[in-house]
Design a protein around this ligand. Structure first.
Ligand code: C5P
Length: 223
């Protein structure tokens, strides 16, 4: 079984309040996208990165020397479109091969989680890392509020692992059916494929706000 990875990094990251694409923001002198690619390079030698169309050269430079064959392609107008573009770059892989779809915004997800995901897709079409929810969660904000049972909830992280045939098929059908989702496993589940969960990790938290970045800077800065 071949294994490749897609890193989505084409977002602007405007909530971070920086004037460069989020994935190029450095921690300890290394851009977020390079942190993510370096972790993935320990399990795969082939990585596709979706980048903002006007920053391709900067991303190629940021990824220079990562220990894998890295292609940088212009992303789409949504995360879902960007993943579809990334998967299209892997057209030569066969349906039974595997792909990890990861967000550059979660660059510090530990390699141990990749292992759990890859083991899970030996018997499933897809696997997601899930972290227990620590906050009490409500739905219907601004309207009729409903409290949800926290013990049954989990926060979904990336990377998500797939048999590539399943995620390709789900993306193609979702595009035709006009279905939009915030992750890829929900599409795969929607079209009837078998989805497993594995334990996620707090280090896989998404970097969204300046405070998230500061927390990782404190943890990963060597100076
Ligand atoms: O916006 P959000 O935080 O959900 O984005 C998740 C990931 O998707 C980020 O790594 C971002 O760079 C990526 N993305 C993308 N193409 C887009 C929008 C977001 O690759 N058009």
């Amino acid at each position: 079984m071949n294994l490749a990875a897609v890193i989505t990094a084409a977002g602007s990251g405007s909530r971070l309040g920086r004037d460069l694409p989020k994935a190029l923001v450095p921690i300890d002198g290394v851009s977020l996208v390079r942190w993510a690619a370096s972790y993935l390079a320990s399990v795969t030698d082939r990585i596709v990165v979706t980048a903002p169309a006007d920053a391709i050269d900067d991303f190629v430079a940021a990824l220079d020397g990562v220990a894998a064959r890295v292609s940088v392609v212009p992303g789409g107008s949504s995360r879902q479109d960007s993943v579809a573009v990334g998967l299209a770059e892997l057209a030569d892989l066969s349906d039974d091969d595997a792909v990890l779809v990861h967000d550059a915004a979660r660059p510090f997800m530990p390699v141990a989680v990749f292992g759990r995901l890859l083991e899970a897709i030996e018997h499933h079409d897809a696997a997601i890392p899930v972290l227990a929810v620590v906050d009490t969660i409500v739905s219907g904000v601004g309207g009729e509020v409903e409290y949800l049972d926290r013990d049954r909830l989990g926060a979904v992280q990336t990377p998500q692992a797939f048999r590539i045939g399943a995620v390709r098929d789900a993306h193609k059908r979702a595009a035709a059916d006009g279905i939009v989702a915030t992750d890829d496993a929900s599409l795969v589940l929607h079209y009837g494929y078998r989805l497993a969960t594995v334990e996620g990790d707090p280090l896989g938290r998404k970097i969204t706000y300046p405070e998230d970045l500061e927390a990782f800077e404190r943890r990963f800065s060597s100076r």
